[in-house]
Design a protein around this ligand. Sequence first.
Ligand SMILES: [Fe+2]
Ligand SMILES: [Fe+2]
Length: 156
Amino acid sequence: MSNKYTEIVTWSERLACGIKLIDDQHKGLVELVNDMFNHATGNSIQEHDYFNIVIQEVVKYVKVHFATEEKIMIATKFSGYAEHKKAHDSFVLAVVDNINDYKAGNRLTLSTFTKFLKEWILSHIAMMDKQYFEYFRKIATRKEDGKLSITSADIR
Ligand SMILES: [Fe+2]
Ligand SMILES: [Fe+2]
């Protein structure tokens, strides 16, 4: 097989929170970015078809992920909630802007959109999400599978 799969983002423990729910969602975002990167072939017809499909997935995924973080922050009275929510909201607006640009006139290519997502996700996890890692870990409980997790029982 000559299919070459390149990772522009490699998941590393530096990005890990230690809570499975959060880490799985972050890994999913990294996978999406890598998938997009590998579909940036420069063939605008192919890219356009792919974009229309993947963008729905990105929006859905990001919404679920942000809602997960925000729900836990609210339930646990995390002090950085307001600032964090602002960062999430402005990212959603930027994504919508990018989608509109892309659909309107291809000013943006799949490759530049992918890079934008990559930069944002990496810096958001490293700078904003990291601020709650320790806090969330404290309220998480160690389950019998040996992994830290947060369930509805922990955030009641
Ligand atoms: Fe976040
Ligand atoms: Fe996050």
